[in-house]
Design a protein around this ligand. Structure first.
Ligand code: PXL
Length: 287
C-alpha cells in the first residue's frame, strides 16, 4: 500500500508580492496534506492588479523540459492543476501535461479576468484558446467574468436567478468538465454565492457567501486550491465547495478587520491553521 500524500503539478505563475497564484497555492495545498510541485509559467514581481509596472519574466521554454524531466523520473501525479498562463504557447504545454497524466484529476482554473474585465496580460488569442484546456478538464473554477468569457457571452452584471445559474453551469459542463464551480455569483435574491454542477450525478449546488464590501486578489486561487485539496482527500463536490467557501470567507473577514490595502491580498498566514480542522465547512444546499 502506498500512503504517500497525493501529488499535484501546479502550473501557475509565481508572483512575489500580493498573495496570489503559487504564493498562496503552495501553502494552501500543503496545509491540506497534499504535495505540490510548482511548475512556474512566469515570474512576476507582483500580481497585475494595480501595483504599477510589474517585472515579468516569461517561462514558456521551461514547462515542457520540466515535464520531460518528470517523465524520465517516472514520477506519478494524482492531479494536474493549471491557472494563470503567461503566453499562448503555454496552453499547448499544459495540454501536454494533461495528456501525459491521463489518470490524474485535471483541474483548470481558467484565469482570465475579474469584475467583467480581462487581466492586462491576457490577449484575445489566449482567451479564445483557453477553451482547449477546459475541454480536457475534469474540474473548472471560473469566476462569473471567466464563465461568460468561456461561453462567449457578454458579462452578466445583474443578479442571476437559480434557473440562469443552472443554465450557465450546464453550458460550461457541455464544454467538457464533469465538475463546474462558478465563484462570486451575484444572485437575484441579493446574496453572493458559489454555485456548482456535478454532471455525472446531474446535481447542482449552491453555497451562499457572507457579503464583505471589499475584493482581494488571489482569493480565486485559494478557493480553487482548497477545492482541489478537498477532492484529493475524499470530499464530494458540495463538501469541497463548502470547505473552500468557508476558508476564503475566513481569510477575507480577518483581512478586512485590519483595513489593509486590498492590493496586498488576504492574510493567509493568519488563517492557514484553520484548514487543518476538517469540520470547517460552509453549509450547502441543492440549487
Ligand atoms: O489571482 C489571479 C492572478 C494570478 N497571477 C497574476 C495575476 C492575477 C490576478 O490579478 O495578476 C500575475
Amino acid at each position: 500500500m502506498n500512503n504517500r500524500p497525493k501529488r499535484v503539478a501546479a502550473i501557475h505563475d509565481l508572483s512575489g508580492f500580493g498573495r496570489c497564484s503559487l504564493s498562496v497555492i503552495l501553502p494552501t495545498l500543503s496545509a491540506m496534506g497534499v504535495q505540490v510541485c510548482p511548475v512556474p509559467t512566469a515570474i512576476l514581481s507582483s500580481h497585475t492588479g494595480g501595483l504599477g509596472e510589474v517585472e515579468f519574466r516569461d517561462l514558456t521554454s521551461f514547462i515542457v523540459p520540466c515535464l520531460n524531466h518528470y517523465k524520465s523520473l517516472g514520477l506519478e501525479f494524482e492531479c494536474i492543476y493549471s491557472g494563470f498562463l503567461g503566453s499562448q504557447e503555454q496552453i499547448d504545454h499544459c495540454l501536454e501535461f494533461f495528456h501525459t497524466y491521463q489518470d490524474a484529476l485535471a483541474v483548470v482554473d481558467p484565469v482570465m479576468g475579474d469584475h467583467g474585465k480581462a487581466y492586462r496580460t491576457y490577449t484575445e488569442a489566449m482567451r479564445s484558446r483557453l477553451g482547449e484546456l477546459v475541454q480536457v478538464a475534469d474540474v473548472i473554477t471560473p469566476n462569473l467574468t471567466e464563465a461568460c468569457m468561456l461561453l462567449k457571452i457578454p458579462y452578466i452584471s445583474q443578479g442571476l436567478s437559480r434557473t440562469q445559474a443552472k443554465s450557465l453551469l450546464a453550458q460550461l459542463g457541455e464544454l467538457g468538465p464533469n465538475y463546474v464551480v462558478i465563484t462570486g455569483v451575484p444572485m437575484a435574491s441579493g446574496s453572493i454565492a458559489n454555485v456548482g454542477y456535478d454532471k455525472q450525478n446531474n446535481s447542482y449546488w449552491i453555497v451562499p457567501c457572507d457579503y464583505v464590501p471589499v475584493s482581494y486578489p488571489g482569493t480565486g486561487d485559494i478557493f480553487a486550491s482548497v477545492l482541489t485539496g478537498g477532492f484529493l482527500t475524499g470530499d464530494s463536490l458540495p463538501i469541497a465547495m463548502g470547505r473552500a467557501t468557508y476558508f476564503v470567507e475566513q481569510c477575507i473577514k480577518t483581512t478586512f478587520s485590519y483595513s489593509t490595502d486590498t492590493r496586498h491580498g488576504v492574510m493567509l498566514e493568519k488563517e492557514l491553521a484553520v484548514l487543518g480542522n476538517r469540520c470547517n465547512i460552509k453549509g450547502y444546499s441543492l440549487l
